[in-house]
Design a protein around this ligand. Structure first.
Ligand SMILES: NC(=O)c1ccc[n+]([C@@H]2O[C@H](COP(=O)([O-])OP(=O)(O)OC[C@H]3O[C@@H](n4cnc5c(N)ncnc54)[C@H](OP(=O)(O)O)[C@@H]3O)[C@@H](O)[C@H]2O)c1
Length: 354
């Protein structure tokens, strides 16, 4: 991969990122059609809302005849199978593209198989770049196809003295809202749902419609429609996940998923598998201290966002019952990969090393 290839793939990832959460059960891919001699952009596209048509098909259609002799940059390996849309590989060959640079291979056997060989046998130069930002963009899809569960991000807001702060405000609120808008579902524990009785909507002006599926994880008491999230008409979708024997009283519009129990709670691994079966790629969890600890101990968090307010709370529940929450995160094998300094809080992201 040349430095130019790297720059175009980086640009493709930046272009696609704000569209995360809009492509349903299809990956949020970007495709750029580039004139290789002038190094100029001819056309670009992200997979359409709901997941179809795919980015490559839209970009090639928009490039028209100019696609002949071009380089196509695709953040994810183009599909080569007939699904709900025709194969992108055929469109690439028909358009006369000369070179294809792929950010990350698709582990989906339907998409992968012999797709790249098919391009090569049509005389197209193919570069499989193993581009880390493309892999990060498609982390949800890659997880779903390899482990059958979504990529899990947890976000927790704590005070400077490591106590639970809720609800989030200021910069923390904005960061959380952005994460919500880019997720396919938000999950909270029943205790948190009961405590704040909130709607979990995206509060960024103009982006309320990006509120994803809201999922409430029931505890031993079960769930009933007195909770706003379950019983109140909001225009947003809700699902409840409960252990098979606990009572759930919800309107028909609320999807109820039953999973096996473990130590009196829904088995968290089963919870993620159930969400994976629904095709959810990126799950945001906003846990309280108990759920955060249970998820970390089960090794089920891929990315932990810790928002630390610059103010001390002085009272309120501690973020972790045993020592500092950062210690729990480290014990789960996550390492700090990103640090942002905002006016009122710092934001740290911890991820599983590759
Ligand atoms: N600052 C923040 O970012 C933030 C975010 C969320 C919540 N909070 C605060 O945290 C407090 C609630 O904390 P919490 O620890 O009680 O509640 P939590 O973390 O929301 O989770 C515990 C809830 O999930 C249920 N649950 C289901 N399966 C579970 C499992 N496998 N493991 C653990 N719990 C499971 C529990 O049921 P049972 O009741 O049957 O145990 C309980 O209702 C509230 O005061 C809220 O304001 C703060």
């Amino acid at each position: 991969m040349s430095p130019e290839d790297q720059r175009w793939l980086d640009a493709a990832v930046r272009y696609a990122t704000p569209f995360l959460g809009t492509t349903g059960d299809n990956p949020c891919a970007a495709a750029l059609v580039v004139d290789p001699s002038r190094q100029t952009l001819i056309a670009r596209a992200v997979t359409a809302r709901g997941g179809r048509p795919h980015a490559e098909a839209i970009a090639l259609a928009s490039a028209g005849l100019e696609a002949a002799g071009s380089t196509l940059y695709a953040t994810l390996q183009p599909c080569h199978h007939w699904g709900r849309t025709p194969p992108c590989v055929d469109a690439i060959v028909r358009a006369g593209v000369m070179r294809v640079v792929v950010g990350v291979a698709d582990p989906d056997p339907l998409a992968a198989a012999t797709g790249l060989e098919q391009l090569q046998s049509a005389g197209i130069e193919v570069v499989l770049a193993e581009h880390a930002p493309s892999a990060a963009l498609h982390a949800g899809h890659l997880h779903l196809r390899t482990d059958g569960r979504p990529h899990v991000t947890a976000m927790l807001v704590v005070s400077a003295d490591d106590r639970i702060v809720s609800p989030a405000a200021g910069a923390a609120r904005a960061v959380l809202d952005l994460q919500r808008a880019r997720a396919d579902a938000i999950l909270i524990g029943a205790a948190m749902a009961r405590h704040h009785n909130q709607q979990l909507a995206v509060a960024i002006p103009g982006l309320a419609a990006r509120t994803p599926l809201r999922v409430v994880l029931a505890g031993a008491q079960g769930i009933d429609r007195s909770l706003n999230l379950v019983g109140r008409l909001s225009g947003y979708r809700t699902a409840v996940i409960a252990e098979s024997r606990v009572p759930v009283d919800a309107p028909a519009s609320v999807e109820v998923l039953r999973v096996a129990g473990l130590n009196g709670h829904p088995d968290l691994r089963e919870v993620l598998t159930a969400l994976g079966k629904k095709g959810l790629q990126n799950l945001l969890i906003e846990p309280g201290p108990r759920l955060a600890a249970a998820l970390l101990q089960a090794g089920l968090i891929d990315c932990f966002g810790l928002i630390v307010s610059k103010d001390a709370a002085n009272d309120g529940p501690p973020a972790a019952s045993t020592g500092k929450v950062a210690k729990l995160i480290a014990a789960a094998g996550l390492v700090e990969t990103e640090h942002q300094n905002h006016d009122t809080a710092t934001l740290k992201f911890y991820r599983r090393p590759a």
